[in-house]
Each structure stands twice: as C-alpha cells, then as structure tokens.
Ligand binder design. Structure first.
Ligand code: PLP
Length: 303
C-alpha cells in the first residue's frame, strides 16, 4: 500500500512507467537477474518521454537487489521452472491540477513469484489481428513502457479474449498494413531458409527477450532481419513459425492467425524439439537458469 496525493499526475495525466524482469535461482543455487541494465535504460527512455526524472542506473539496480534480498523466501527454487518477477515502477506522485509534470516522483519495486508457463508443454495459441483499434501512434509513446499504452490495449484485448483469442496482434496505426507487436510481446517469425524476422518500427517496445533471441539466432547461424513486415507476408505463407516473445512467457508459439476473413494455419511439429523457435526458447531458458554457459554475459548475480 502506498499513500499518494489524490492530485498525483500518475492518476490524472498518466505520468507512470514500469518495467518487468525476472530473477532465477540457478542450478548452482545462486540467484541471478536477467539483463537488468537494459531495463534501467528502457525505463529512463520512458522517463524522458513523459517528463519524469531519470533513475540513476545504480539506484535502479540497488532497489531491485534489495527487493529480492528482502523477499528471498518467495524465490521459486531451481528446478521448478518458476522465477521471481520484478516490477519496478515510477509514478508522478506530486499533486497538481494543472497539466504539467509533477514536482515529486515515487519509485517502487514490487516482486512476486511466477510459474513457468510451459511446465507441461509448449502451448500453441491462436492470435487475432486487432481490427478497429490502434495501440500506438507512429510518433506517440508506443516505444516506451508507459501505463497509457496498456490502458489503450485493455478493450481490444478483452474483445479478443471473448472471441477466443488469447493473443492480439496490432498493425501500424498509420497504414494498417505493417505488423507491429502483440499486447505485451514482440512479434517474431522464422522462415524455411533460416531467417529470423522481427518488425522494425518506432512505435513498438524494444523487447529485451527479442534482443536476446536475436543474439541466439545469430549464434545459431540464422540471418536476423529487423525490418518492416507487411501483413500480407503472414497470409502469403512467408513464415514457417510465428511467436510472441517477452519476459513473462519467453515465447508463445502461434499456430493460427486470424484477420477479418483471412486465416493462416501454421503446421505444428510433432515434437517441440523440431520447432526452430522452441530450440531458441530452450537455449534461452537454459542460460537463464545456469544450465548452459552464459556466453553473452546476460546474468547478474545477487547473492
Ligand atoms: N512489447 C510490449 C508492449 C511489452 O509490454 C513487453 C513486455 O515488457 C514486451 C514487448 C516484451 O519485452 P521484454 O522482452 O523486455 O519483456
């Protein structure tokens, strides 16, 4: 619980930004956080965009370390597949009724244990392309993790779920023809000729999971393409696999994409191991929990 001025700019004018990252208990018993410096950079990009003071990286990292240390009993043990989810948050907490940045800010870190999404299986999900709503304007705030983006997504997301689609994919707001991202994850795809393809757009969040999967893909001799992706490429069967990637799930594999009257069905391999995206996902997860060498130096030990 926090006590905040009722006129706080976070409530009225949306001065609020957050981050999401995970800590893992590794095979050697040590707790490690995954690439927290990138979250520090990303929250500061958001702070700059919505006129909040930047958080020194050392303060950001120290706050995360302390939140983990003080809640270490909630850390899911190695082998369970779980992690401690870390949610740093900064809000304009100073009260003003004028449209202006607050004169006071509150920075908090919440932690909570989370399950492994894919404990029993690698779960394919159908996705729907959102029709009738946009997530982010081309020069708006879609590329920063500010609260308002998620408010804009609630209604389309609820509609998608009601229609039976757990995953909603947005196209660009200007032309409605280029793939942007899912509600809380980036779009990734692979091709028959070993390309890893992901959208380039100024209106999407730079996913740390995606950046890491791109490193792994390069390491596994994929050609990595970050480029505009026309929605027709999906329905013209350009991709053999499609996934949604982000901290929470790492990768959600997609088996169908619906858009108005168009449907794409992707063939699912009989065994997860035959999926290219699954192989990247497995390697990523093994590095996170210390089962494979951290050759990219992604992990930061906390105790
Ligand atoms: N895109 C959006 C809109 C998100 O909210 C998230 C989650 O943070 C992502 C992508 C995935 O980013 P990351 O891999 O850093 O969690």
């Amino acid at each position: 619980m926090i006590r905040v001025h009722a006129g706080a700019t976070a409530f009225h004018y949306g001065q609020a930004a957050f981050e999401g990252l995970k800590a893992f208990q590794c095979q050697d018993g040590k707790i490690r956080i995954f690439r927290p410096e990138l979250n520090a950079k990303r929250i500061n990009k958001a702070c700059h965009r919505i006129c909040m003071p930047e958080i020194p990286e050392s303060l950001f990292l120290e706050a995360i370390n302390r939140a983990i240390e003080e809640n270490v009993e909630y850390m899911p043990p190695y082998g369970t597949g779980g992690a401690l989810y870390i949610r740093p948050l900064i809000i304009g907490s100073g009260g003003t009724i004028k449209l202006q940045p607050a004169d006071e800010y509150t920075f908090l870190v919440i932690v909570m244990p989370v399950n492994d999404y894919y404990k029993s299986s690698w779960n394919y999900q159908p996705a729907i392309i959102v029709d009738g709503y946009d997530r982010a304007a081309p020069r708006g705030v879609g590329n920063v993790k500010v609260g308002g983006n998620y408010a804009a997504d609630l209604l389309p997301n609820i509609d998608a779920r009601k229609a039976g689609f757990p995953v909603a994919l947005y196209l660009d707001a200007k032309t409605n023809s280029y793939v942007e991202e899912f509600s809380t994850s980036n779009f990734i795809a692979t091709t028959k000729d070993r390309k890893y393809v992901t959208p380039k757009s100024d209106a999407i969040l730079e996913s740390i999971t995606n950046l890491s999967l791109m490193d792994l893909a390069l390491d596994e001799s994929y050609e990595v393409q970050r480029r505009p992706i026309h929605v027709d490429e999906i329905f013209n069967n350009r991709f053999t696999e499609i996934g949604a990637c982000g901290t929470a799930v790492v990768v959600t594999p997609i088996d169908h994409v619906y858009y108005g009257k168009q449907t794409l069905s992707l063939s699912k391999p009989d065994k997860p191991n035959e999926s290219n995206i699954y192989q990247l996902y497995r390697r990523f997860r093994r590095i996170q929990c210390g089962e494979e060498e951290d050759k990219f130096h992604w992990l930061r030990e906390i105790r």
